[in-house]
Write a protein that binds this ligand. Structure first.
Ligand code: SF4
Length: 512
């Protein structure tokens, strides 16, 4: 019997709802956050507090501890879980902790690249991306855990590749098991409309919350410079907000009115609810909700006000698609070879190669030599890092290891006009999209790509492929080994670890 969960219940019943973001950064005391949580729990219509502790790539308070304490104060938590510095085992443990604590709502995101990461330090771990994290949660769910999974999407992308890929990736997240989406923030109604239309045309009825950020001057200035990654505010809006701050109330009334109008608009456009961020004051949230409800019948009138977009930005179905790029010689040659020598289908060629690679594999020195040959061939052409689970053929011959976050299922939300959020170069996914578009194979980009099996790092992906060891589309390992009697079968040590964690969190929550 599932536990009561106002967020899930509202979205399942189609009741327009409000989720408020609580930023558990180091700059805010936990006691203050919990005071806010208590007050928000009493605001009618608020079904959850969405707890992020990793905004912009800097770690804040433990979101699980804050979420558990918020729940003790009556506010249902929605925990943001990132893939940053978590290998597969660590992600699974975090999910098991959440499950043991009875926390059902999780927003699965890849997460910003850590701010503290510099060139001299060990690179951060990105073993999973958000689609793979959703898949893991879905596997755990099938094994008995209870999760209500949220994912992020940004319609506010203004190049064709960025925009199309955001939507393709959202489809992948839903196919992997996500229950609903939450948009990134933006002040462009046409983009909010575009996302609704995209989902409608594909017959996708999963609910999506529209993000409404109560935007002050400081945040607007930062976002106009692309901080945090993926957020963008037009210079015209920054100017307007700056002027509003000249008022006696320093722009508070104008800011709240703008948020209320945005809520009325997302409601009018058919979003399932509003995700309110940027304001921790419960009386402000209460005012925005009441005001938005009063304004709801006039939403179309206000929609005209929110058209903050870059000039010549891409809009799906309205802007002309870019002329196809030249895919280049390498994809052409490799495609032709793949067609001539079909090793994917079981047949004589595949059987012969399997036995040849099997023989090499039984001779470690030869296997090592082959791995070096493979690396020497692939490194200069693709930037290979010898991950041992090659998916070049599923990614238009772009190596996923050349993405700073090692993502395999599409770009993160941090891209800006096709540029990477981490390094000053084009996002690798622009290349993947453009080659796929040129080959008329964009639909194929919806294929789920599992994470690499890291135990195979430094081994030959050719051997791994023919001996069926690698993790790739068509040959996937379960992320969680599903054992029906898992709880009973867990060792006492493991159980006590989770209990200790649960008791410690509950204890901390009681103390706060
Ligand atoms: S996917 Fe792995 S094996 Fe293939 S090129 Fe990239 S690092 Fe090398």
């Amino acid at each position: 019997m599932p536990q009561p969960n106002p967020l899930r219940e509202a979205l399942q019943s189609g009741q327009f709802c409000y989720v408020v973001e609580l930023v558990a950064s180091r700059l805010t005391r936990e006691s203050r956050l919990l005071e806010v949580a208590s007050q928000l729990a009493r605001v009618p219509g608020v079904v959850a507090g969405s707890i992020t502790s990793y905004a912009g790539g800097a770690m804040g308070h433990d979101p699980i501890r804050v979420g558990t304490a918020a729940r003790a104060r009556g506010l249902t938590p929605n925990i943001h879980l990132t893939c940053v510095n978590r290998d597969v085992a660590a992600a699974r443990h975090a999910l098991e902790d959440l499950s043991a604590l009875g926390i059902e709502n999780v927003l699965a995101i890849t997460g910003d690249y850590p701010k503290s990461a510099d060139a001299s330090a060990e690179p951060p771990v990105f073993d999973l991306d958000s689609v793979q994290l959703v898949r893991m949660m879905d596997e755990l769910r099938r094994a008995g855990a209870s999760f209500w999974i949220a994912v992020a999407v940004s319609p506010f992308k203004y190049t064709e590749a960025d925009c199309r890929y955001q939507y393709l990736k959202l489809e992948k997240k839903f196919a992997a098991g996500a229950d609903y989406g939450i948009t990134q923030l933006g002040y462009d109604v046409q983009k909010f409309r575009e996302l609704r239309q995209y989902l409608g045309e594909r017959g996708i009825s999963k609910p999506v919350l529209g993000s409404v950020y109560v935007l002050g001057a400081k945040a607007a200035e930062k976002m106009s410079k692309g901080e945090p990654p993926g957020c963008w505010v037009a210079p015209e809006l920054v100017k307007k907000i700056r002027e509003e701050t000249q008022a006696a109330d320093k722009g508070t009334a104008a800011r709240l009115e703008r948020a209320a109008r945005m809520v009325a608009i997302v409601r009018g456009l058919g979003y399932a609810g509003a995700y309110i961020g940027g304001d921790h004051q419960a009386d402000h949230v209460r005012w925005i909700i009441k005001r938005s409800e009063a304004l709801a019948p006039r939403w179309e009138e206000f929609a005209e006000e929110f058209q903050y977009a870059p000039k010549h930005g891409f809009y799906l179905g309205q802007s002309a698609a870019k002329p196809p790029v030249d895919r280049g010689m390498v994809p052409w040659v490799l495609d032709a070879m793949g067609k001539t020598f079909d090793v994917r289908t079981e047949g004589t060629l595949r059987r012969t190669l399997r036995s040849a690679f099997g023989w090499i594999d039984r001779h470690p020195a030869m296997a090592r030599g082959l791995e070096r040959v493979e690396y020497a061939v692939k490194r200069p052409v693709f930037g290979c890092e010898a991950c041992g689970n090659c998916v070049l053929g599923d990614m238009e011959y772009v190596c996923p290891q050349t993405c700073p976050k090692h993502m395999r299922n599409g770009p993160c939300g941090g891209t800006s006009n096709g540029r990477c959020e981490v390094v000053d170069k084009p996002c690798i996914w622009v290349g993947v999209y453009e080659r796929a578009a040129a080959a008329n194979e964009v639909e194929e980009l919806r294929t789920y790509i599992p994470p690499p099996d890291r135990r195979l790092t430094g081994t030959s992906s050719w051997i791994n492929y023919f001996l069926e060891r690698d993790n790739r589309p068509g040959h996937e390992h379960a992320l969680v080994t599903i054992q029906p009697a898992r709880t009973a079968a867990r060792s006492e040590t493991q159980d006590s670890t989770v209990e200790t964690r649960e008791e410690s969190v509950r204890g901390a929550a009681r103390r706060m």
